[in-house]
Design a protein around this ligand. Sequence first.
Ligand code: ADP
Ligand code: MG
Length: 428
Amino acid sequence: PGGPLGSGSLSKGSQPTVRRVTSSTVEEIRRIDANREQRRRQAEEVRRSRQEEAALLGAQCGGHVPDIDFHRMIQNYRLSQQCPQPTRFEPLDPGAPEGVIVCVRKRPIMQHEVTNSELDCVTACNPCAVVHETKLKVDGITKCLESHQFEFDRVFDEECTTEDVYTTVASPIVPWVLAKGGRATLFAYGQTGSGKTFTMTGIQRLLTEQLFEHVKRASSLDLTISISFFEIYGGRPFDLLNNRQRLETLEDANNEVQIAGLVERGTSNPQEMQQCIDLGNSLRTTQGTAINRDSSRSHAICVVFLRKAGGGSIHGKVTLVDLAGSERAADSKSSIRQRRVEGAQINKSLLALKECIRAMGDRREAHVPFRASKLTLVLRDAFISRCPAKTVMIACISPGMASADHSVNTLRYSDRLKEHPRSGKAVE
Ligand code: ADP
Ligand code: MG
């Protein structure tokens, strides 16, 4: 009497109804078996392709395999968005009425980050920059992609060169400064290691070339080029062209802010100007006498003056500012007193800078709070000037997952300098 599951072994005397039920049960079981087999094969297939993908990524990452699901979700996001970079970089019009340009530069992922299994979690999708994070859905198992999107005037991806950045945001400024007698200020903002100094030193070099060329062409203006270079560390200016001499800021009878004793070097050709800049940059990174002085804790300010020949009045001015690492603002909670004081100064200056740029962009706002920090005080010209003024903010971001929070903070800070409608968060 085989059991109910015996294959086709129903005894002759069985009732037809019983036989029907039994055969359909067998069919059902076969179907379940087949489905199970199919699911097993599919799972096997998925596992094999993940292994292949992991091996491929692992080979690129020196054996350390990053989160494959996250990697896939980001790849799918990029495919679905189709974000080609422009092949030509058109200069942005510095004549935009609000006078503020905000752009983002994403640096390439570094080998040491790849070795640490870091994934590139930033997508440049003009005019937006997107930072991806993984989150778990409410079921606590399924991963999903959280994408923070912010809109800017231009986003430069890791393939873009400093020349591309310069052509777009800086090169139109030179003829504008010459023609209008303007004051232009360019900032590099971002976390330490995000490429601020890399970007700024490139801009310094390209500006040097372009400036001499244009000043020569506009010979009727009879202008000379001179430069000052200083850093603000712990709320105090130090002269980078004079062996880090400690300086004082003063306000004269006309409420003009002066830095007493700041050296201004005349330069008569691009090589001389570049030498001055190199000197300043080298003094920045050399350890000073102060304990643990480090370039991430100071703002470096390079001012290029265009003066009427013979040491005359200022015709125009271009100021390049390599800001302190934005993450240093959080040092205001450090247990070490000196760090805490420095962090608080940085926090104060970056917040004041944001308010000043916002106030400058929004011309309805009459009050520019430039006195709120030493940084904004010495940059007063950038925000309140009888002369036309322009500001360019370059927000630098590191693409690695470990920097995602900092990158979101940098983009949020820069986003607030100018209102854009397309910023927001999406979860898929
Ligand atoms: P920060 O000044 O923001 O602390 P750096 O400019 O010193 O950062 O950059 C950190 C590192 O990354 C440096 O080694 C720099 O050469 C490199 N780097 C930054 N941006 C780029 C880029 N766009 N392309 C290639 N390397 C870069
Ligand atoms: Mg730096």
